[in-house]
Ligand binder design. Structure first.
Ligand SMILES: *Cc1c(COP(=O)(O)O)cnc(C)c1O
Length: 403
């Protein structure tokens, strides 16, 4: 049945708010949402609206999209199993490929076991809501990813937040948490809008002191942090200190899906009790095989991680020398602070006109007045690509008054 579409209807108001906002941006040629990419040309370039653009908005941090070995694994999986599964994992959906992938992830993360889900978003949703419920407390960094926030809300647990990367504020939240219930601390390893790294050594100590469980989202840490790209524990030279390690298969890993890695018993519990595992279909064969091959490639081709680290430094240092504010980043996510939303849109427009593909992040994704370009650098860029992007950013920055 169609909606009763009245002018005064509350839902109509909500719909119109978004339509009007988009229309206003389109009118001034500042609408950059969902631009289709026609074709990828290696990892540093893409065809967009018929123009070859230098890509500075990709999460394919190690340049693995299109890697021959990963593509071959996906093709083989289609030949062996077809394009879908028989449904959820508990019924006929589990393939040998899923078990191999989970074993590979567990080895990569130095844990006993791992479990996969059909997206990173759903992984966080189901992880938090399986681990905690009413009477428990979940404590988050204020800049945690939306999927963690949604998991906390879904769980029904008491939801406390601490100031970004502020360990005193975390301690205060831990002291306040009710000790009769479970205490769970959840943080991003690398923050997706800011590019800075969580203070894992301090958090680990606090979690021990207050007997809290620790879950870390490594969406932007896998392949990025640590000498071999194994993630945040390797970065800090720590052993296996995170209780629940979460990651996605859609960024550095050129597939789709999410995983949790941890102790065998915990993973077994997820396999029997997490709703996203029980009530949603298994990863398709090609995606599972691609993901597994990608983890192997990361370990077999360690130069990629080195190149990424070098490129991230080259790009960030370059931007700072030009006079841009790159906030607190120390990774491949490089925010370029613009201020008002409008200014960020204009920066993007100027960059794209010069065939550098970057995208804005505006409110409500970030606080008003802190709109930025969220540029990303990858191992697929050459030093020349980075120099060219720096030139384009500089010109755009001067034209828009950002610098
Ligand atoms: C992208 C992202 C997710 C969600 O992963 P998808 O696989 O895209 O659903 C979760 N957490 C963080 C920090 C992310 O950046």
């Amino acid at each position: 049945m169609a909606l009763d579409w009245k002018e005064t209807d509350k839902l109509a108001e909500r719909v119109n708010y978004w339509i009007d906002r988009a229309a206003a941006l389109k009118e001034s040629d500042l609408y950059f949402f969902n631009q289709p990419i026609d074709e990828l040309n290696g990892n540093a370039h893409a065809m967009v609206r018929g123009r070859k653009m230098l890509m500075f908005a990709s999460y394919s941090y190690l340049g693995l999209l299109g890697h021959p070995r990963i593509n071959a694994a996906a093709k083989q999986a289609i030949d062996d199993y077809g394009t879908g599964t028989h449904g959820v994992r508990l019924l006929a959906g589990t393939l040998k490929l899923h078990e191999q992938l989970e074993e590979t992830i567990a080895n990569f993360k130095h844990t006993e076991a791992a479990i996969t889900f059909s997206s990173g978003y759903v992984t966080n949703l189901t992880a938090v809501s399986t681990l905690v419920g009413r009477r428990d407390t979940v404590i988050c960094d204020k800049l945690n990813h939306a999927s963690i926030v949604d998991g906390c809300l879904l769980s029904g647990a008491k939801f406390a937040r601490f100031k970004h990367n502020d360990m005193q504020d975390l301690e205060r939240a831990l002291q306040k948490a009710d000790s009769s219930g479970v205490k769970l601390v959840v943080v991003d390893a690398v923050f997706s809008m800011d590019g800075d790294v969580i203070n894992l050594p301090a958090i680990m100590e606090l979690c021990r002191k207050y007997r809290a469980w620790l879950m870390v989202d490594e969406a932007h840490s896998i392949g990025v942090l640590g000498q071999r790209g194994r993630g945040i524990e390797e970065h800090f030279g720590l052993g296996n200190v995170i209780d629940i390690k979460m990651g996605t298969l859609s960024k550095t890993i050129p597939s789709v899906g999410g995983y949790l890695a941890g102790p065998q018993n915990l993973i077994q519990m997820f396999k029997h009790a997490s709703r996203a595992f029980i009530f949603s279909a298994a990863l398709p064969p090609a995606q599972a095989a691609a993901a597994r091959a990608a983890f192997e490639v990361i370990l077999d081709e360690p130069d990629r991680v080195e190149t990424l680290t070098r490129n991230a430094k080259h790009f960030s240092d370059g931007l700072r020398q030009i006079g841009f504010d790159t906030m607190l980043t120390t990774t491949a996510i490089v925010p370029v602070l613009c201020g008002e939303d409008e200014r960020a849109y204009r920066m993007v427009q100027k960059c794209q006109q010069q065939d550098v593909f970057v995208l804005p992040v505006v409110s409500p994704a970030v606080p008003p007045g802190l709109a930025r370009l969220r540029s990303t650098v990858t191992a697929g860029h050459t030093p020349q690509d980075i120099e060219r992007a720096l030139d384009v950013f500089e010109t755009a920055g001067r034209q828009t008054g950002v610098i």
